[in-house]
Design a binder for this molecule. Structure first.
Ligand code: DQA
Length: 150
């Protein structure tokens, strides 16, 4: 499989994963998640970069950079920006690769303000409610798609 570059973006408060509302988001830390994703990407020789920010503009800058550095897939958990950010949607609309939106919790089972996602207007796939396994499902989907299309 040819070299493939993936960017994993984590939005606000996901730096607190493992200690933040563990009854909703689980006990795994963000480092645990990122480490496991790196391992999986490494098995197929892919380059995977993870970035977390509590700042909308920093996430947008990372998406803009991904347009220019050969990134072919973005896995994004925009966290609360999911429900508010036209700016992140616009940035993703300017990115030509595959976008997969991930939510650790099932947002549709929660408060109604979490039911709408601006990012879903762009996402090629959406995963919610699988816990941190959702990130793996997203990476597996990118790997499988690349295997089929080359
Ligand atoms: C989240 C769901 C969002 O509604 C929330 O604001 C988050 C995390 C999730 O992963 O389940 O911060 O994106």
């Amino acid at each position: 499989m040819s070299q493939f570059r993936v960017l994993v973006l984590h939005g606000p408060s996901l730096n607190l994963l493992g200690t933040r509302q563990p009854e909703i988001y689980g006990h795994e830390t963000l480092d645990d998640v990122n480490h496991a994703l790196h391992e999986k990407a490494g098995l197929v020789g892919w380059d995977l970069e993870c970035f977390q920010s509590n700042h909308e503009g920093a996430l947008i800058d990372a998406i803009h950079a991904a347009r220019l550095d050969g990134t072919r897939g973005i896995i994004i958990n925009p966290a609360a920006f999911t429900h508010t950010s036209v700016a992140i949607l616009d940035a993703l609309n300017a990115f030509e690769g595959t976008v997969i939106e991930v939510h650790i919790s099932n947002v549709h089972k929660r408060e109604s303000f979490r039911h709408h996602s601006y990012v879903s207007l762009r996402a090629d796939g959406v995963i919610a409610g699988l816990g941190t396994q959702g990130y793996h499902a997203a990476l597996d989907a990118l790997i499988e798609a690349a295997r089929v299309t080359g």
